[in-house]
Ligand binder design. Structure first.
Ligand code: FAD
Length: 453
């Protein structure tokens, strides 16, 4: 090819940034990549998913910033695929399009009462405490909501439980925006009850995150003995995965530890399957669970015995779910764009020319940031193999895309714009009386104004 290959990556989360990095470093290809994101900022769930009290994980951004310093990679933020731009628009400017749009919603939980006041999705709460511009600034903490249920035993459930159980003062050292700090002061939670449908060998926590629960002086972790059982399937699971064994070791230690009298508690309950959120006057007043028992394979069956828990709020953390992308097929059961490991494929199984997927939109909302790298390598490998078959765009010069966005009146942000906003947020942190590393800016119009100044 006498010109550089032009590739659009839609979604500047870790999967998108790794895809851009791997493609531009490929020695057999001379490519430039434009990363397009609906957020005015890059880094996806690293900024708007990873909990604010996990600064070490957020440090991954440092490596991604080095990737973005490559002049062959550009960033266009505040541009939403589907609303601002469509696939046929992108085809005018790029040889190929890689979708790395991740997931941002809660998977639905179809039980009676789930829509009552005081019942929330974890993704909404996470977006709120991480300062995403598209959610309301206030969280609906009710003064009477002291006992709270968290449904789901993955790391997102742990994040939500920890943020609910920590005090606003403990979180003030983090990058939470001012409105979140003020909101958290109204959080009346004293007891968080985490419910697992199955037993200890089936939880999806990771050992480090589980251990970390006890690091706060304000929290006692209480593992309840009912349902703390292992069947043959559980023993096999523990033998098969060392990390699962470590998780069970931590749970066993919590089980044997006497509470210290800390003001807040996180309770973990096993073999309790939520069947109904109980309400009164439209508000959550309880949770009904069916007690389950392990069936020998590591799965559970209902016992027909029910238990009502007096709780005043429910957070469901049963998984994230991706948005449908305009003009592309969607596998609603898996919540992904159908693909064969990299190419997007149509409902009849045929590859969609020049369209690829990577990250959570490709393989569903599971796995850590690190996993998105190997995933991107696989997708980019497929794209590179297809180069000769890609259809050339009408406007292959990079400036054509900028001109197009300008002609549409879209107020996009750039990498230089992000650097300005980044410096601004770091400055707010430094100026803060408690010397915080960063204070996030939340309103979209403020982010865009600072980035485009
Ligand atoms: C609450 C939570 C906490 C987590 N904590 C950790 C942790 O501590 N450690 C860890 O390793 N992993 C953690 N993870 C997992 C990690 O966030 C994911 O593995 C990773 O972010 C997936 O990367 P991705 O690029 O596929 O998706 P995302 O990070 O979701 O990035 C997708 C990007 O696409 C953009 N986008 C979406 N739709 C459009 C559109 N229509 N047009 C343009 N752009 C669009 C989004 O704005 C976003 O920037 C956590 C996940 C969650 C949900």
């Amino acid at each position: 090819m006498s010109r550089k290959l032009r590739v659009a990556v839609v979604g500047a989360g870790p999967a998108g940034v790794y895809a851009a990095d791997i493609l531009t470093k490929n020695e057999d290809v001379d490519a430039t990549v434009d990363l397009i994101d609906r957020d005015p900022t890059p880094f996806g769930l690293i900024r708007y998913g990873v909990a604010p009290d996990h600064p070490r994980i957020k440090e991954i951004v440092k490596a991604l910033k080095r990737v973005m310093a490559n002049p062959d990679i550009r960033f266009f933020g505040n541009v939403a695929f589907g609303d601002d731009i469509k696939l046929e628009d992108l085809r005018q400017f790029y040889d190929a399009v890689v979708f790395a749009t991740g997931a941002r919603r809660d998977r639905e939980l179809d039980i009676p009462g789930i829509d009552l006041d005081g019942s929330y999705g974890a993704a909404d709460f996470v977006y709120w405490y991480d300062g995403h511009p598209d959610v309301a600034r206030d969280w609906d903490f009710q003064p009477h909501a002291k006992e709270v249920a968290v449904l789901g035993v993955g790391n997102v459930g742990l994040d939500v439980s920890r943020i609910l159980a920590k005090t606003a003062e403990e979180l003030l050292v983090t990058e939470i925006p001012e409105n979140v700090y003020e909101g958290l002061k109204k959080n009346a939670t004293t007891d968080v009850h985490v419910f697992a449908r199955r037993g200890p060998a089936q939880v999806k926590f990771t050992p480090m995150e589980l251990r970390e629960l006890s690091h706060s002086p304000n929290i006692d972790v209480i593992v309840h003995p009912e349902g703390f059982e292992f069947d043959e399937g559980s023993m096999e699971a523990l033998k098969a995965a060392k990390s699962q064994k470590l998780v069970v070791d931590v749970l066993t230690k919590y089980l044997a530890t006497e509470p210290s009298g800390a003001p807040h508690r996180i309770h973990i309950h096993f073999c309790q399957s939520p069947v109904e959120v109980l309400g009164e006057d439209g508000k959550v007043v309880g949770l009904r669970t069916e007690i389950t028992e392990l069936d020998g394979t590591g799965n559970v069956r209902g016992t027909g015995e029910f238990k009502d828990w007096p709780i005043q709020a429910v957070y469901r953390a049963i998984g994230y779910y991706s948005d449908v992308l305009a003009g592309l097929p969607f596998d609603a059961a898996a919540g992904v764009v159908p693909n064969d490991g990299g190419h997007a494929i149509d409902l009849d199984g045929s590859p969609i020319p020049g369209v690829y997927v990577t990250g959570w939109i490709k393989r569903g909302p599971v796995g850590l940031i690190g996993h998105t790298k190997s995933d991107a390598a696989q997708t980019i490998g497929m794209l590179v193999d297809d180069i000769d078959a890609l259809e050339a765009p009408e406007h292959a010069e990079p400036e054509a895309f900028d001109r197009y966005l300008d002609s549409r009146g879209l107020e996009y942000t750039t990498w230089e714009g992000w650097e300005k906003l980044d410096a601004h947020e770091l400055g707010l942190g430094e100026a803060h009386e408690t010397e915080r590393e960063r204070v996030k800016v939340v309103p979209r119009e403020d982010m865009v104004r600072i980035a485009r100044a």
